[in-house]
Design a protein around this ligand. Structure first.
Ligand SMILES: Cc1cc2nc3c(=O)[nH]c(=O)nc-3n(C[C@H](O)[C@H](O)[C@H](O)COP(=O)(O)O)c2cc1C
Length: 223
């Protein structure tokens, strides 16, 4: 698989097969991802990777915790900026609409939609979760570095035939996650990432997620 194929075949997978992923595969991916760039080579990413019984325990815990705190508890950053508007807000709504349409959930089927959202807490059935965090004093450049590392991981997972879904939803309960994962309070929890093998036939893994035309976001000069 070349880089273009990895980029083209990566998508956020929201239904995984239960097949386990060997530790050596995850380790190989993360060893390679250490080559990700970062400003000043600060390498500001940190992660905890769970599978098996520890992931089962965490899943059981968050299902109870999230139900008791449906609006979140101890989130340490805004998942979206206040006043998200224009095409950004439209795109955010569109991906949700397409996802719910793909699995036949009507607009007014709130219980169905809530149940689908709650599947985030089950890692969409994935056997591995990678939780990321960084030191609290890090700023936007280092958060960008963290994102570059995450994408490097996601592309390397494709090379191994694996899939992923980054999951910011866990940050709704950032402080709780830090307690559960033994992350010191001078760090900030960023997101989860479900990792496993995609259920290729599942409609939720098949809907289109369009991108805006390049001309909307890039300007070329001097060519
Ligand atoms: C940092 C980050 C956090 C995300 N959090 C979630 C999440 O909590 N739940 C979810 O279903 N998708 C989540 N996504 C997936 C995005 O919705 C998805 O990347 C976007 O719609 C583009 O679709 P694609 O990844 O399939 O190309 C997240 C993606 C990123 C990069």
């Amino acid at each position: 698989m070349n880089v273009s194929e990895a980029v083209a075949t990566r998508r956020s997978v929201r239904k995984f097969l239960p097949d386990p992923v060997p530790l050596e595969v995850i380790t190989r991916v993360l060893e390679k991802a250490q080559r990700a760039p970062s400003g000043g080579n600060t390498q500001p990413w940190n992660a905890v990777v769970l599978s098996g019984a520890p992931l089962e325990r965490l899943t059981a815990d968050i299902l109870v915790h999230a139900q008791a705190n449906p609006m979140g508890s101890g989130g340490e950053y805004a998942i979206y900026p206040e006043g998200l508007a224009g095409r950004h807000e439209e795109q955010r709504r569109a991906v949700g609409r397409e996802m719910f349409d793909a699995i036949g959930l009507a607009r007014d089927d709130m219980p169905g939609r809530m149940a689908q959202m709650a599947d985030n807490w089950r890692s969409f059935g994935a056997p591995v979760q990678l939780f990321t965090y960084t030191a609290k004093y890090m700023g936007p450049p280092q958060w960008s570095d963290l994102g570059m590392w995450l994408q490097t991981v996601m592309l390397l997972l494709r090379e191994e035939g694996l899939d992923s879904c980054a999951q910011e939803i866990w940050a709704m309960h950032g402080k709780h996650m830090k307690t559960q994962l033994g992350i010191a309070d001078d760090h900030i929890f960023f997101c989860g990432m479900a990792i496993g093998y995609r259920d290729a036939g599942a409609p939720i893994n098949g809907f289109a997620v369009p991108r805006v035309p390049l001309s909307d976001v890039v300007r070329f000069e001097g060519f």
